[in-house]
Design a protein around this ligand. Structure first.
Ligand code: ZN
Length: 63
């Protein structure tokens, strides 16, 4: 049976994990179609409070 000859170094394991699990994934952003700011995909825009052209939440900016 194929077996690893050597134990992986901590650096090797950590380098691998840095890409996906345990590490920060790359933030999945896009420009909002209404106000144009960068927002997360499939989320309500934090700036104007809309998602897919509909007003979802009220955003008060001048408090
Ligand atoms: Zn927006």
């Amino acid at each position: 049976m194929a077996n690893p000859k050597r134990k992986h170094s901590k650096a090797r394991t950590r380098k691998r994990r840095s890409g996906y699990y345990g590490g920060l994934g790359r933030p999945d952003t896009m420009a909002c179609e209404r106000c144009g700011t960068a927002k997360l995909r499939h989320r309500v825009c934090p700036s104007c409070g809309t998602y897919r052209g509909r007003q979802i939440i009220e955003v008060e900016d001048a408090v």
